[in-house]
Design a protein around this ligand. Structure first.
Ligand code: SF4
Length: 272
């Protein structure tokens, strides 16, 4: 495994307006992602940013992380500005926008242990009680459970792409084990935190088994197919997994997952 190329970056802004339906703003404390999943769409997006050409040109996805060391300070300033706008129109009862960590990269990738920027951002969002969402695949989110339980409105999603850890090792070898992710959902649920599983991209799996393992620990489930097939085609081929890269496979898996969760009256949304 190659060494991680780490750079401390001063960011000019923290909140980014989101184009994802239902998400108002996102905050990405880190640029790049140590987990380096083979199918990651952020890899592609990152190539066009100034940070990439300035600090990480020619490095591969998963080999670099930019640490936005002042992101929490910027977030505080921007939240204060939003608050003063809201307070100008008290009669209109303007709702606070929601903020998601991080969407483009994982907010609980290993560098977070040291820099704690996700935690610092959460402290600010908690102080002003902004509706908050988290999407991660890391059990490190449990470190911040003391903050999560204090939010009036928070949800935590765990990305789980298969039930088979050998398959996980093929496509996302640096990411946490599947077992640890399911355990994370269970622990969050024990604290009454709203949770969801993001089953995407669908990797080769036993869909019924995965559904059974997650059942009881989630309030809802999102499912997505492998969207960037050109990135992973070779991995499927050399591992004789071609059967699982077809649209029919994605449809069959999502139907099985839908059947399992619908029968338990758990909301499920298929994103493709
Ligand atoms: S954890 Fe998420 S952001 Fe990080 S490499 Fe994997 S898919 Fe991309």
């Amino acid at each position: 495994m190659r060494n991680l190329n780490l750079k401390i970056i001063e960011t000019k802004t923290a909140l980014s307006k989101s184009r994802i339906p239902g998400i108002d703003y996102t905050v990405n404390p880190y640029f790049g992602c140590e987990f380096g999943c083979s199918y990651c769409y952020a890899d592609f997006m990152t190539r066009f940013s100034k940070n990439y050409s300035k600090f990480f040109a020619n490095l591969r996805w998963g080999e670099f992380v930019g640490v936005k060391i002042n992101v929490h300070e910027k977030l505080k300033d921007e939240i204060l500005k939003l608050e003063s706008k809201i307070s100008l129109f008290p009669d209109k009862k303007i709702k606070k926008p929601n903020v998601w960590l991080s969407i483009v990269t994982d907010p609980y990738q290993p560098v977070e242990k040291k820099f704690m920027l996700t935690r610092k951002c959460l402290e600010i969002l908690l102080k002003f009680q902004y509706p908050t969402g988290i999407l991660t695949r890391s059990p490190l989110v449990l470190r911040d459970i003391d903050l999560l339980v204090e939010f009036e409105n928070i949800e935590v999603g765990i990305s789980i792409t298969t039930d088979n850890d050998n398959i996980r090792k093929v496509f996302e070898p640096k990411a946490p084990s599947i077992k640890s992710r399911i355990k994370t959902l269970e622990k969050l649920k024990q604290k009454n935190i709203k949770t969801f599983a993001f089953i995407g991209p669908i990797l080769p799996m036993d869909a019924v088994n995965l559904s059974k393992e997650i059942n009881g620990f989630v309030d809802y489930v999102l499912v997505d197919k492998m969207n960037y097939i050109w990135k992973t085609e070779k991995i499927y081929r050399v591992n004789s997994l071609d059967f699982a890269i077809r649209d029919e496979y994605f449809s069959a898996v999502s139907e099985e997952i839908s059947r399992e969760f619908s029968s338990k009256e758990i909301e499920i949304e298929i994103l493709f």
